[in-house]
Design a protein around this ligand. Structure first.
Ligand code: PLP
Length: 400
């Protein structure tokens, strides 16, 4: 009998990957499918960044690096945090990991013990509760109302904190809701946290640069300097520089935490890919025009999707302020039947029916802890997005 680690055995297979598998199957059958389930920008990595990767190989930067990352990259990360987030960071208090995801995993694994609690606002990125579970700890979810822009109130936070609370996870702009916390909202949350010195804060800022209209990104360590010695600010190059495959993320936090994470990472990966680290260095230190071009493309696509969906008969969504997802309510679709005879009892049914009957892939909101919603990523060109919305609106109109 095969026996898995008990914490791993309880982890659910990623819902987003399940959709990806079915999408691949349908594509292999020659179906013309539109994927609104992607978690990555559709752009290529900027040319100067790709070139830096090639140069790294040519120059022989192909060996183990220091566990926490090459010094020039760590210095560039410290400068990034100072330039873009107003944080005063010593490069020694930074860590480079294999994607932002590993920063999160390492931080939680380095600090959580059996019975510890991690507060995760709903809707959440699918990986948070699973990582907490893998660490043998408990996720305490906090419902965030659509009426409050899917953001956590200070009252709800206060209510969720117990003596066992070890971390609060904040993600702004949010995957899946696109919600962005304002400076005032962060300050109000920080006031609650000041009363509870046992609580660390993980600020997942991976979508920082994908922010629209005249909204500005704020991060907890900057807004609440008094919390700085217990905030881990996490970021990376995946979303901002279209570098998801390079697998480089980074973080900064108190020295004791970064040291513990480095110790753990030393036994996990020995550090991030050397070539990717040089490419990330070029991204952080190089021209930034790529970011503004991506941002305006995403803003235009957001406007297109939101207006087309809301003009249709089924889905309803607010205008997200960041990231590249629309979280649309499918409440009006439930209880109806599709032309092929599928009864729609849940958002999962809606997503399955859309995939099979109109060949549009999306992810059900309940995977992010919030039904009945559907998350649609708009990391696609305008023409495909427009076609997807037309198919979706026709689908809704055809329900009985
Ligand atoms: N945090 C959030 C909210 C994400 O959506 C993602 C990627 O989907 C990550 C972190 C991880 O990013 P990376 O690809 O750098 O591991």
């Amino acid at each position: 009998e095969v026996r898995l680690n008990c914490h791993l055995a309880a982890v659910k297979p990623s819902a987003t990957y399940k959709v990806i598998d079915r999408v691949a199957e349908l594509r292999a059958q020659g179906v013309s499918l539109i994927s609104l389930n992607a978690g990555e920008p559709d752009f290529d990595t900027p040319p100067h960044v790709r070139q830096a990767g090639i140069e790294a190989i040519r120059k022989g930067h192909t060996r183990y690096t220091q566990v926490a990352g090459i010094r020039p990259l760590r210095e560039a990360i410290a400068r990034k945090f100072s330039r873009e987030n107003g944080l005063d960071v010593d490069w020694r208090n930074t860590l480079v990991s294999t994607g932002g995801k590993q920063v999160i995993f390492t931080a939680l694994a380095a600090t959580l013990n059996e019975g510890d609690e991690v507060i995760v606002p709903v809707p959440y990125w699918v990986s948070y509760p699973e990582i907490v579970q893998l660490c043998g700890a408990k996720t305490v979810t906090v419902q965030c109302e659509a009426a409050n822009g899917f953001k956590m109130t200070p009252q709800a936070l206060r209510h969720a904190i117990t003596p066992r609370t070890r971390w609060l996870v904040l993600n702004s702009p949010s995957n899946p809701s696109g919600a962005v916390y304002s400076q005032e909202e962060l300050r109000a949350l920080s006031a609650v946290l000041l009363d509870h010195p046992q609580v660390l804060v993980l600020s997942d800022d991976i979508y920082e640069h994908l922010i629209f209209d005249d909204v500005t990104h704020h991060t907890m360590a900057q807004v609440a300097p008094r919390l700085q010695d217990r905030v881990l600010t996490m970021n990376g190059v995946s979303k901002a520089y279209a570098m998801t495959g390079w697998r480089i993320g980074f973080g900064t936090g108190p020295g004791w935490l970064i040291d513990a994470m480095e110790k753990l990472q030393g036994q996990q990966t020995s550090g991030a890919c050397s070539i990717s680290q040089y490419a990330a260095l070029a991204a952080l230190e190089g021209p930034k025009d790529f970011i503004s071009a991506a941002r305006s493309a995403f803003q235009r696509r957001r406007d297109l999707v939101v207006s087309k969906l809301n003009a249709g008969p089924g889905f309803r969504c607010a205008k997200p302020q960041g990231a590249f997802y629309v979280l649309a309510s499918c409440a009006d679709l439930l209880g109806k039947t599709t032309p092929a005879g599928r009864f729609l009892a849940s958002d999962e049914d809606v997503v399955a029916a859309m995939l099979e009957e109109i060949h549009v892939a999306a992810v059900h909101g309940s995977a992010f802890g919030l039904g009945p919603y559907v998350r649609m990523a708009y990391a696609l060109d305008d023409q495909k997005l427009s076609m997807a919305c037309d198919r979706i609106n026709d689908f809704c109109a055809g329900l009985i």
